[in-house]
Design a protein around this ligand. Structure first.
Ligand code: ZN
Length: 221
C-alpha cells in the first residue's frame, strides 16, 4: 500500500513570505517554525527523509531516516514506513512507486536535462520494481515558464514536447509535458497535477515571489 501527499502553503505556522507551511530550512525562515511545520506534516505521513537538493542527477538509496539529509535529487526506498520527501517551489515534485519500491525526485530544467527521473527508474528497476507508476505534483506550467531563446533551443531540441508559449506569446518550456512523455516512453504510467504553482496563490512559487518557502511531495510504502 502506497501513500502519497502533496503539501501547499496552508496549515503551517510560518509567517510571510514563508506563510504558512514552509518545509525548507535553507530559504531564510525561522528554523523553529520550519521544524514545527515538519512535525505537523509528519503527524499525517510519518517520519520523512528529505534531501539536500542541488539539481544533480544523484539518487540516494534510503533504508531508514538519517539525521543528515543525503546530497541527492532523488530518494529511493524499499522500507515500509520510511516516507521520502522532495521540496519544491515551481520545480516538479515527482513521486514514483511500484509494489515494493518508492521514490521521490526533484525535477527542474536541469534535472530534466540530466535525466534524474530516469536514474530513479533505473535504481527502482534494479531493486525489482515492475509496473512503475508516477505522479507529477503541482509545478510551473508551460504558460508561465518563460525562458530566453538559448534555453528554449537547448531544451526543446532534445525534448520537443517541452515547446510552449506563454500567455503573453513569448517562448516558454512545459517541463511537465516533457517529463511525462519521457517517463511514458520508458513504460511508466503517468498521472499529472493540473495545478500551476505560479498561478495558484495557495502554492509557493519561486518564479512569482523570489524569497518564499517550499512545499513537498511525500511518498511512503
Ligand atoms: Zn502557469
Amino acid at each position: 500500500m502506497v501513500a502519497t501527499l502533496f503539501t501547499n502553503r496552508i496549515g503551517g505556522v510560518s509567517h510571510s513570505p514563508y506563510a504558512t507551511n514552509n518545509l525548507a530550512f535553507h530559504v531564510g525562515d525561522n528554523a523553529e517554525l520550519v521544524a514545527e511545520n515538519r512535525r505537523l506534516n509528519e503527524a499525517i505521513v510519518g517520519r520523512t527523509q528529505f534531501m539536500n537538493q542541488t539539481h544533480s542527477d544523484v539518487i540516494a538509496l534510503v533504508d531508514g531516516i538519517s539525521p543528515q539529509d543525503p546530497n541527492a535529487d532523488g530518494l529511493v526506498t524499499t522500507e515500509p514506513g520510511v516516507a521520502l520527501g522532495v521540496l519544491v517551489a515551481d520545480c516538479i515534485p515527482l513521486l514514483l512507486w511500484s509494489r515494493d519500491v518508492v521514490a521521490a525526485v526533484h525535477v527542474g530544467r536541469k534535472g530534466l536535462l540530466n535525466s534524474v527521473a530516469l536514474n530513479a527508474v533505473t535504481v527502482m528497476a534494479s531493486l525489482g520494481a515492475e509496473k512503475i507508476e508516477a505522479v507529477l505534483g503541482p509545478s510551473i506550467c508551460g504558460k508561465c515558464y518563460e525562458v530566453g531563446e538559448d534555453v528554449y533551443e537547448q531544451v526543446s531540441e532534445r525534448y520537443p514536447f517541452a515547446r510552449a508559449i506563454t500567455s503573453k506569446g513569448t517562448l516558454s518550456l512545459d517541463l511537465p509535458a516533457a517529463l511525462s512523455h519521457e517517463l511514458a516512453e520508458h513504460g511508466v504510467k503517468i498521472t499529472r497535477s493540473s495545478i500551476c504553482t505560479v498561478e495558484n496563490p495557495n502554492f509557493f512559487s519561486y518564479r512569482r515571489d523570489g524569497v518564499t518557502g517550499r512545499q513537498s511531495g511525500v511518498i511512503c510504502l
